[in-house]
Write a protein that binds this ligand. Structure first.
Ligand code: RP5
Length: 167
């Protein structure tokens, strides 16, 4: 677990250590908003048994949302979703060979009945996955709702305070 000593409410998982450069942005958002979370490498192809165990145990461990990032043949988010009722947010990692189009299509094209909430390729997707996870938890957590609203207000103010792109 990272960030805080509290039991993790969000699981940030990824198919490889090489995905961390992207997925760190999801963890950073959760950190900033004070959402207890854990970070794990769980590979659909290299550690399939660990994937099943992670998905099967997540509810019992108090995880409420899973953010899963993977690249290429990105089966991790979909397979996690197949094995848990928790909401799964998928982040397509930008692959070298196909720039993440492979990741995006692998994650987005789920069959009806097993949803994965698919985000944008790369950093934007990871940031937004963190924000979406926080927004879901904020539905039943007034303090977190305030933190999400404050984040949005800061973001708006930053844009308004810097209107001239040459400065
Ligand atoms: C996927 O294969 C991972 O999610 C990663 O994006 C990609 C490449 O993994 P490495 O070969 O860098 O470990 O499973």
């Amino acid at each position: 677990m990272t960030g805080t000593a509290a039991a993790p409410r969000v699981g940030v998982v990824m198919g490889s250590r090489s995905d961390w450069e992207t997925m760190t942005h999801a963890a950073e958002v959760l950190e900033e908003l004070g959402v207890p979370h854990e970070v794990r490498v769980v590979s659909a192809h290299r550690t399939p048994d660990l994937l099943f165990r992670y998905a099967e145990e997540a509810v019992g461990r108090g995880i409420q949302v899973i953010i899963a990032g993977a690249g290429g043949a990105a089966h991790l988010p979909g397979m996690l979703a197949a094995k848990t009722r928790l909401p799964v947010l998928g982040v397509p990692v930008q692959s070298k060979a196909l720039n993440g189009m492979d990741s995006l299509l692998s994650i987005a094209q789920m069959p009806a009945g097993i949803p994965v909430g698919t985000l944008a390729i790369g950093r934007a997707g990871a940031v937004n996955a963190g924000l979406l996870a926080a927004s879901v938890l904020a539905l039943a957590d007034p303090a977190l709702a305030k933190a999400v609203e404050a984040y949005r207000a800061r973001q708006t103010q930053t844009v308004l305070d810097n209107p001239d792109p040459r400065q």
